[in-house]
Design a protein around this ligand. Structure first.
Ligand code: NAD
Length: 541
């Protein structure tokens, strides 16, 4: 296998991909995959019925699940999920694959990840469209999500040649201390519906590069993205005669719970709600496994009195409404200096009004605000708005469900609530923002930090003292602490993740790769005599 990897063949040129925009109507009740304007689904190798388990071969003996377009409510295609027995077999195969993969030199593993990135480049257009179609996010965001996977592949290729340990000075003469990073084994990735491609990508690119095999369970409502993405990766593995170092088992809670509890899965990287993440964390800890938790956020944007308000308004618009409020880093609270509060609310509402004609199907070219993912998101939206009103909040804009096929709600601005109202402290995965009026930055920081979650945060200020307070020890307690930019839309180069109920995990860039490794501290005695540390004497003649 290694010899084969050293003679990797050149890639074929990208084939022509569909780029025209089509009109996405809800007129027909048949599966969308059978309609000509959805031919991009077939380019990805999808069929009307798809097996949802891959471990070298495709199969699926669990329940069949239908994937729906949130923009029309129409069925796209079906996926036959895995059952618990199939998951267990897949874990066994992932362990075997790991045993071969760990012997491959890291830069050669990086070469495989480079090929995965190149293959994703070829399929970016149709795969991004599928992400949009299945999640409900707009065209450019679907493309952007695949781009994130490509970016992290590029990053991982470089990483494969430079990630390293260190040589530490020993207190003993002629001794050396080495630190080395070794793969963990099988990395289980459980992902959420709102980033069905990129979250797998962040984990897989780094986990593969560091020598692990990866077993993925995607969200049950985005199974087609899981299948299409795995097909792209599997093709690269097949061309290189590799075992299934990436495998997939689509499934529901039973499959997720089994994966979490299985001792053969050395690291569980879980992305999802705080509620589920807490159980996952406890379960993995119970068996002394490793866990990365990437959970919910309740992210605040602070507008200081010195802020560049024009820029802050643009940041608020994308932060609150991008992905129809369904990013973990979505701006859910805007804390505005009292001197700017009223003018800020008025200006933001003005911007929201301009978005009304841009609400529409996620794949229509002019759409900026697509649907929310399911009817459950609509129900959660309605509940939050009723609760906000009952607590004395004023709906300054929006507040209503839009009556059309699919799951559409009005982007909503709510003012007048107490900073610690129950609804303000809860993450509602919908485009609702609560605007709070604060006396000064100190108070805004206090409110920023008083929620359970600690994912993302941002301040708009031109005051250098306030800016440094914000990023200092008395500032934001979040994992992402931005200045003069949005709470959402992070790049892959930094470590991504948050504190407190967000789970504490870090993925993607910086030194997040260490999470996918075990550390070996190695003391080498090259003195010819045994000497204990700290001057301890312990010998007999
Ligand atoms: P969810 O918690 O409902 O589901 C996430 C995944 O967990 C799914 O694959 C699901 O099938 C699986 N699952 C459910 N119960 C399980 C169990 N008991 N054991 C193991 N797996 C189980 O989350 P969701 O609704 O798909 O996603 C939205 C949530 O995800 C939001 O809270 C959002 O903030 C969070 N999120 C966080 C990040 C981050 O990086 N911090 C990124 C994206 C989404």
């Amino acid at each position: 296998m290694l010899a084969h990897l050293r003679n990797l063949s050149r890639l074929a040129l990208p084939r022509q991909l569909v780029t025209q925009s089509a009109s996405y109507s809800s007129a027909s009740s048949s599966f969308l995959i059978d309609q000509p304007e959805y031919s991009f689904l077939k380019e990805l190798g999808l069929e009307r019925e798809n097996p949802g388990v891959y471990s070298g071969q495709w199969q699926g003996r669990g329940p069949s699940i239908t994937s729906y377009d949130p923009g029309t409510g129409q069925p796209i295609a079906t996926v036959r999920q895995g059952n618990v027995q199939e998951l267990e077999q897949t874990i066994g195969l992932a362990v075997e694959a790991y045993k071969q993969w760990r012997q491959v030199p890291a830069p050669v593993r990086g070469e495989i990840v480079r090929q995965i990135g190149d293959e994703l480049r070829k399929y970016k257009e149709p795969l991004g469209k599928l992400v949009s179609l299945e999640v409900g996010k707009i065209y450019s965001e679907g493309q952007g999500e695949v781009q994130e996977f490509i970016d992290i592949c590029d990053y991982a290729v470089g990483l494969s040649r430079i990630y390293s340990g260190q040589l530490i000075n020993s207190e003993r003469a002629d001794h050396s201390i080495l630190e080395a990073w070794r793969p963990l084994g099988v990395v289980g990735v459980i992902s959420a519906y709102n980033f069905p491609n990129a979250v797998f990508g962040w984990n897989a690119a780094i986990a593969l590069t560091t020598g692990n095999s990866v077993l993925w369970k995607g969200a049950p409502s985005t199974p087609l993205v899981s299948v299409a993405t795995t097909k792209i990766v599997a093709d690269v593995l097949r061309r290189n005669n590799l075992p299934p170092v990436v495998s997939l088992c689509q499934g529901g809670t039973d499959v997720g719970q089994t994966l979490v509890a299985d001792k053969r899965v050395n690291l569980v990287s879980f992305t999802g709600s705080c509620q589920t993440g807490r159980d996952v964390g406890v379960e993995v800890q119970r068996r002394f496994g490793k866990v990365i938790l990437e959970l919910g956020g309740n992210n605040a944007l602070i507008i200081d009195e010195s802020a560049n308000v024009k820029m802050a308004l643009d940041a608020a618009l994308f932060g609150c409404i991008g992905t129809s409020g369904q990013r973990c880093t979505t701006t859910r609270r805007i804390i505005v200096h009292e001197k700017l509060h009223d003018q800020f609310v008025k200006a933001l509402v003005g911007k929201y009004k301009q978005l009304i004609p841009k609400i529409g199907h996620q794949l229509d070219a002019q759409t900026l605000v697509g649907p929310v993912h399911t009817q459950q998101n609509v129900e959660n939206y309605k509940t939050a708005i009723e609760e906000a009103k009952s607590l004395g909040g004023t709906v300054a804009f929006g507040g209503k469900v839009i009556q059309r096929d699919g799951f559409y709600v009005e982007p909503t601005v709510i003012t007048g609530l107490a900073h610690d109202a129950s609804v303000v402290h809860r993450e509602t995965f919908a485009p609702i923002v609560y605007i709070l009026k604060a006396k000064n930055v100190d108070q805004a920081i206090e409110w920023n930090n008083e929620v359970e979650q600690g994912l993302s945060s941002a301040i708009f200020t031109e005051n250098i003292g306030q800016a440094f307070k914000w990023i200092g020890a008395k500032g934001s307690d979040c994992g992402i602490v931005n200045i003069n930019t949005t709470t959402n839309g992070a790049e892959i180069g930094g470590a991504f993740g948050g504190e407190k109920a967000t789970g504490g995990g870090r993925e993607s860039g910086s030194d997040s790769w260490k999470q996918y490794c075990k550390r070996a501290t190695i003391t080498v005695n090259h003195s010819g005599e045994l000497a204990c540390a700290q001057g301890v004497v312990f010998n007999v003649e």
